[in-house]
Design a protein around this ligand. Structure first.
Ligand code: 4AD
Ligand code: MG
Length: 442
């Protein structure tokens, strides 16, 4: 009889008709001579397939191993949901065949690689470990979260652009630039698309990009990658408070989107069942108050001295504060000295800037943003203070001559957002093939 070709995700809708499904053998259980249970995986879900009688007696059946690809034919029946029948369906197989064999026994990758394997060995074999339930769930969530961000921008009338990633200017300081030869000229991999986003405001209005950014981070931490996915937005004719509101609305929208989605709900229950949606409005805290908080809690620098106004708050104390407070923090008004040259100063206190970091429990900073200097001469002065030659930035600074506007924006690290949402220990688990110092393979 005819069989309808389906993906496992469509199993519920295909009950009681003859179907065919192709996929990878995720789990295999042999029960006596006449019964085999194969949990099949095709990237859209898992389906338990039941093989009985002569279907279990062939050479292929007797030598079947996990991760082999097979094609099965049969009828989908409703059963009580359980570990093997995750969505409450199983396929009663009437015919099947092997498409591609995988190594078995000691050579099966599940026998060579497990949670206790050396992390470097796991990363060398990431092309195989991404087949695991957790890794694939994280990748699915990543795709859903990207969709959620795009839906947010669409709902607020912000337009997507794709700025160049090979550039000849820096944004976030010279020490983390990756440089390369561009037809014999010096060039860099971009650290941020911010400057380009600023230039499109007069063209397409409020804009965003979801692009890769590159940072030569010469240290190993839980939250630093050499390449990461950067979600950056830039908004014209706004105030600093508008920017803070926008960030809060964006994060709330993305969470609402994920939890309104069936797959999103399922994956959240799997990956981070204890996740608490943050209360709004988010706590807003000034940098000076963070310094005071660290003093009050006797959190000091490594040499035992206390943090003072003007000090950068490094990763460890930042995370301790955020973890202790236990909710999102919009940390604002950082001193100009520790922030980027382009940031606008506060009207009521010129020592500090209209800048914001969004801090999340477990991760710390996931967003960095600010209002930008809108005045041309003030911006040029900021370049000189930074020791930067403004000439190569003519296309950026000239915006201020051709009809300037108050504007601001931010960058959100997607992997850090996911590490927070999915309670992952490191951002390395939140991207496909992580790049960090010492690793550029696979
Ligand atoms: O705070 P950052 O450096 O800000 C900027 O790049 C701005 N130009 C963005 C803008 O205003 N358009 O980086 C923004 C965010 C950080 O908060 C963090 O989430 C992420 O990018 N990030 C990294 N993520 C992973 N690995 C790294 N090495 C990262 N560096 C920054
Ligand atoms: Mg930052």
């Amino acid at each position: 009889p005819q069989a309808m070709k389906i993906k496992i995700g469509k199993a519920t809708a295909s009950r009681d008709v003859r179907v065919t499904v192709s996929g990878w053998v995720h789990r295999l259980r042999v029960q006596g001579k006449d019964m085999m249970f194969v949990v099949l995986r095709d990237g859209t879900g898992f389906l338990q397939c039941v093989l009985t009688g002569r279907l279990c007696h062939t050479y292929d059946a007797l030598t079947l191993s996990t991760e082999s690809t097979i094609q099965v034919f049969g009828t989908i029946k409703k059963v009580p949901a359980g570990k093997n029948a995750p969505d409450g369906h199983e396929l009663i197989v009437d015919y099947w065949k092997v498409l591609g064999k995988a190594p078995s026994g000691d050579d099966a990758f599940t026998n060579k690689l497990n949670k206790d394997s050396n992390p470097d060995v796991l990363l060398d074999n990431r092309h195989l470990t991404i087949r695991g339930e957790t890794a694939s769930a994280v990748l699915k969530m990543r795709a859903l979260v990207l969709q959620a961000f795009r839906a947010f921008y669409q709902s607020t009338g912000v337009t997507e652009v794709n700025p160049p990633l090979m550039v000849q200017t820096q944004v976030e300081g010279g020490s983390t630039l990756f440089s390369f030869k561009y037809y014999g000229e010096d060039a860099y991999l971009t650290q941020s698309s911010q400057l380009y986003l600023e230039t499109v405001l007069p063209s397409i209005g409020d804009a965003y990009t979801i692009s890769e950014s590159f940072r030569a981070e010469k240290s190993h931490t839980r939250r630093h990658l050499s390449q990461y996915t950067h979600i950056e937005g830039e908004l014209g004719f706004i105030t600093f408070d508008d920017l803070l509101d926008h960030l809060e609305q964006m994060i709330t929208f993305v969470l609402d989107y994920v939890f309104a989605d069936e797959l999103g709900k399922t994956l959240m229950a799997e990956l981070n069942p204890d996740f608490q949606r943050p209360k709004t409005p988010f706590r807003r805290m000034k940098y000076v108050d963070a310094i005071a908080w660290l003093k009050e809690h006797k959190i000091t620098k490594e040499d035992g001295t206390s943090y003072e106004f003007g000090d950068d708050i490094p990763e460890a104390p930042e995370r301790r504060m955020t973890d202790t407070i236990g909710e999102p923090i919009l940390l604002t008004r950082f001193p100009a000295e520790i922030k980027a040259f382009y940031m606008k100063r506060c009207g009521d206190d010129k020592r500090v800037t209209e800048s914001v970091d969004v801090l999340m429990p477990g991760v710390g900073e996931i967003v960095g943003g600010s209002m930008r200097i809108a005045d041309h001469d003030e911006l040029i002065a900021a370049y000189h203070r930074e020791g930067l030659d403004p000439a190569p930035y003519y296309w950026y600074t000239e915006q201020r001559k051709f009809g300037t506007c108050e504007h601001g924006g931010y960058g959100l690290g997607l992997e850090r957002f996911l590490a927070w949402l999915l309670n992952r220990y490191t951002v390395r688990e939140c991207c496909l093939y992580p790049r960090f110092m010492g690793r550029c393979t696979p």
